[in-house]
Design a protein around this ligand. Structure first.
Ligand SMILES: Cc1ncc(COP(=O)(O)O)c(C=O)c1O
Length: 436
């Protein structure tokens, strides 16, 4: 098997005597026959292992830490439930995600509420259900939240999301830490301090910490270290100037995962360097060590899933290239088209055959940009071959659409040979149910 593919598959993956790829003790060819394609197959063992590795990595280095899963990466109940069982909390950004967290039984103290434009209704819901903190992103939100909390006779713990102006060196569409960003309150322009002061004076609001999030798929630790220095110093200043507590501190999430050959630091490396700098910074500033809150999405779920597609049309254009079209594409995974995400790909029913041909793997939707893999080296493809794409657990099914009236794919979870349906494939009836 290709080494890049092998390094990105779920931990239970292996090739059986038929040359077929198995995940969670199940042959993907059999699963496609039973559930159709495109099919998203989650491996429960990988999901649990990722939760444990990351949790342990931080707990080994920091006395008080709480792990949160960024539900935006994928918020289906079957996924959230496993993560809850692993002792994680959840970071939510919308009414739907708040309700999804409640639906699977997360308690209020395990929910943090994010977003750059939370609506009054969403804030009301967060107040009603209760959250550990609301992470305030801007002045308007603070004033609406203060009014709503006062009306409800409550006091809401809030963290202030600062923008430290640190470039995480990732794709601009998934970068949030630089000054020119819709997220967070810049420290350098004075806006973050203004909102911290307002938070310390606003009725119904109790400021308890500082938060930043630099972006996603961050492949080095240095941006975190630079931002921790700035944000901790800022937080310490706020405690001296205002009625502001630094009980909690969060460097967000965004840890990169292996992408088509790129190497990224291990969880242990990210966790030890971040924890070290965080504790060193608290010591130097003379503040009591806050509880560290982490919010991981991609690094928890990406590797836990593979997508299975069936090859349909094959087209060779002399002197140009060969195209292989599959039965899914941008409707179930828009990430390659949206921001150039790269995935390896292999033939699930012929894993042991040598890769001899180059193909562009395209979807079936009506956009030229509907490309899943720009150039893949594969065995000579035949109609009906099954392609397997690793690392699709994060932000792929979460961003699925009904473009071309596509039915969102089935998502299943496999564990020791057993299959659980996480979300069945949509039908035409599902698509027209809300129309009048
Ligand atoms: C505030 C916040 N926290 C955490 C995350 C999770 O990021 P990732 O999935 O890259 O870990 C995001 C995602 O963009 C986010 O916006």
């Amino acid at each position: 098997m290709d080494s890049i593919v092998a390094s990105q598959l779920p931990i239970t993956a292996n090739v059986n005597d038929l040359g077929h790829l198995e995940v969670g003790g199940r042959d993907l060819v059999d699963l496609q026959r039973e559930y159709g394609s495109p099919l998203y197959v989650f491996d429960e063992a990988t999901l649990r292992e990722n939760c444990r590795i990351w949790k342990r990595a931080f707990e080994d280095h920091v006395p008080r830490v709480q792990m949160f899963y960024a539900a935006k990466a994928l918020a289906y109940s079957g996924i959230l439930d496993v993560i809850r069982q692993e002792g994680w909390g959840v970071d939510v950004v919308s009414e739907g995600e708040i309700r999804a967290a409640r639906h699977v039984g997360f308690s209020s103290k395990d929910v943090v509420f994010h977003g750059n434009n939370k609506t009054p209704d969403e804030l009301r819901l967060a107040l009603e259900f209760g959250t550990k903190v609301v992470v305030v992103d801007n002045e308007y939100e603070l004033s609406v939240l203060s009014d709503l909390a006062t009306q409800a006779g409550k006091t809401v713990p809030v963290m202030i999301r600062v923008n430290p102006d640190v470039d995480p060196h990732t794709h601009e569409h998934i970068s949030t830490g630089q000054l020119d960003s819709k997220f967070g309150l810049p420290i350098s322009t004075g806006l973050a301090e203004k909102v911290c002061r307002q938070a310390s004076e606003a009725p119904g609001i109790k400021p308890v910490g500082i938060h930043f999030h630099l972006g996603s798929q961050i492949e080095t630790v240095e941006p975190y270290l630079a931002a921790i220095d700035l944000a901790m110093k800022f937080g310490a200043e706020m405690t001296q100037k205002y009625d502001f507590r630094l009980d909690f501190f969060s460097p967000g999430g965004g840890f990169g995962v292996r992408q088509n050959g790129t190497e990224v630091p291990t969880p242990e490396y990210f966790a030890s360097r971040i924890s070290e700098r965080f504790q060193e910074s608290a010591r130097q500033l003379g503040v009591a060590l806050p509880t560290l809150l982490l919010e991981l999405g991609r690094s928890v779920v990406a590797q836990a899933a593979v997508a299975v597609y069936m090859v349909g049309s094959l087209k060779h254009i002399d002197g140009v290239r060969s195209f292989a079209a599959v039965d899914g594409g941008m409707s179930d995974n828009i990430r390659p088209a949206l921001y150039g995400a790269e995935y390896p790909i292999a033939v699930a029913n012929r894993m042991d055959e040598p890769a001899t041909q180059s193909y562009r793997i395209v979807g079936k939707y009506c956009e030229s940009g509907d490309v899943l893999v720009n150039e893949a080296k594969l065995p000579t493809l035949e109609h009906g071959d099954l392609l397997v794409m690793p690392m699709v657990g994060a932000y792929a099914p979460a961003m699925a659409s009904n473009y071309n009236m596509a039915y969102k794919p089935a998502v299943i979870m496999v564990s020791e040979g057993e299959v659980r349906m996480i979300r069945r494939r949509e039908s035409f009836e599902d698509l027209i149910r809300l129309e009048s």
